[in-house]
Design a protein around this ligand. Structure first.
Ligand SMILES: [Ca+2]
Ligand SMILES: [Ca+2]
Length: 97
């Protein structure tokens, strides 16, 4: 479980870094990966970001959802989602949605 969080953190950090570069579209880690690892986030992403309602997260939909999740989770606005921030955001989603 901790390993899962650790790799998620790496993915989130990598996505955040990629977003600040003009080549974000060719980022090696798909935003979708963070949702495929966690059904809570996946359900939330599908509920709010599955724009065409096909119950699949396209790369564009996943990117929008990942960006929204980062904004929600990064409470101290340092551009990174720590394990604690990730856990808090997941708990918030689980409780609220
Ligand atoms: Ca879709
Ligand atoms: Ca942060």
């Amino acid at each position: 479980m901790l390993r899962g969080f650790a790799s998620l953190f790496v993915i989130l950090a990598a996505s955040a870094a990629a977003q600040q570069q003009p080549t974000a579209a060719s980022a090696p880690v798909p935003a979708r990966a963070i949702f495929e690892k966690d059904w809570v986030l996946m359900n939330w992403a599908l509920k709010f970001y599955d724009a065409d309602r096909d119950i699949l997260l396209s790369p564009g939909e996943a990117q929008a959802a990942a960006a929204a999740f980062r904004t929600m989770a990064d409470v101290n606005h340092d551009g990174r989602v720590t394990t604690d921030e990730y856990r808090a955001a997941r708990a918030f989603i689980l409780a609220r949605y």
